[in-house]
Ligand binder design. Structure first.
Ligand SMILES: [Zn+2]
Length: 247
C-alpha cells in the first residue's frame, strides 16, 4: 500500500536528486553523478581532524596538521569532503528545508561517526541564536543531531550549550576573522554545568570550515566541566584557505 502511495506521489511530483535537483529514479536519493562526486572520508582517518590517511597509521593516529595546530576537541569526524555535491545537500537542508536531505545526511554521519557516538553520553547541536532561529525557522544542526542521538540511543540536549549573542554570518570571513567573530559567543549557564560535568559530548553541525565555531563551542563545554568533546559534521572543508566558501 505504501508503495502504491509512493508511486502516486512520484507521478504527481517526479523525484529529484537531493543535491542537484536533477531527475532520479527513486525519491529521497542522489542522482548517479552526485553519488560519484561525493568524496567519502573513510577509515583510516586522523582521529582529531577526520582527514584521510594514505596508509593505516593505527587507532588514534593524528595527522601532521592536528599535531601542528591541535584542535580543542578530542576527536573529529565528517562523512564527506565539502564539494559541489555536498554543498547541494547542505543547501537543500539549510535553505530549502528539504527534510529528506537532512535524514540522508544524518545516515551518512551515523556511519562516519559510529565510534564517536558509541562512546558518548550526550549529543548536542551547535546552537543558533534565537533571532536567527526565528528568521530561518529551524536549526539545521539540531535537525541532524536528533536522528543521530536516536540512532545510538543517547540523549540529545539543546538547552545546555547556548549562543549568547547573534554573531554576523561566517560566510566570506577568513580563519582569523571567523575566530574573532565567534569568540565567547557560546556559554553554558552555571546551573546547567552539573549536567555535563565529566560527560563525553558529541557536538553536531552540518559543515566544518575552519572549525572556529565548533572550537568556540568546545571551549565553552570544557570550561563547564565536559570531560571530552567529539565533533561530528556532515562535510569538511579540507583546505578552507584555498576555497571560496559560501556554506
Ligand atoms: Zn544530483
Amino acid at each position: 500500500m505504501i508503495n502504491f502511495f509512493r508511486a502516486v506521489v512520484d507521478i504527481v511530483t517526479p523525484p529529484k536528486c537531493l543535491a542537484c535537483r536533477g531527475d532520479v529514479l527513486a525519491g529521497a536519493s542522489l542522482c548517479t553523478a552526485c553519488w560519484q562526486k561525493l568524496t567519502y572520508l573513510e577509515d583510516p582517518v586522523c582521529d582529531a581532524l577526520g582527514i584521510p590517511f594514505a596508509y593505516d597509521e593505527g587507532e588514534g593516529a593524528l595527522s601532521a596538521a592536528a599535531l601542528a595546530d591541535p584542535p580543542p576537541w578530542d576527536r573529529g569526524r565528517a562523512a564527506v569532503l565539502f564539494d559541489d555535491a555536498a554543498k547541494g545537500l547542505v543547501h537543500s537542508l539549510k535553505y530549502r528545508d528539504v527534510t529528506e536531505a537532512g535524514l540522508f545526511m544524518a545516515r551518512m554521519m551515523a556511519r562516519a561517526g559510529r565510534d564517536l557516538l558509541a562512546n558518548a553520553d550526550v549529543v548536542m547541536p551547535v546552537p543558533l541564536h534565537r533571532s536567527r532561529l526565528w528568521k530561518r525557522r529551524f536549526n539545521q544542526a539540531a535537525f541532524l543531531a536528533k536522528p543521530l542521538a536516536a540512532a545510538c540511543g543517547k540523549a540529545m540536549a539543546t538547552d545546555i550549550l547556548l549562543r549568547q549573542r547573534a554573531t554576523p554570518q561566517q560566510v566570506g570571513l577568513n580563519a582569523e576573522a571567523r575566530r574573532k567573530n565567534v569568540r565567547k559567543a557560546f556559554m553554558v549557564p552555571f546551573e546547567k554545568s552539573g549536567l555535563i560535568s565529566g560527560k563525553t559530548i558529541v557536538l553536531v553541525d552540518d559543515v566544518r570550515t575552519t572549525g572556529a565555531t565548533l572550537a568556540a563551542c568546545v571551549v565553552a563545554l570544557k570550561k563547564a566541566g565536559a570531560a571530552q568533546v567529539f565533533v561530528l559534521t556532515f562535510a569538511l572543508v579540507k583546505e578552507p584557505h584555498r576555497m571560496h566558501i559560501d556554506a
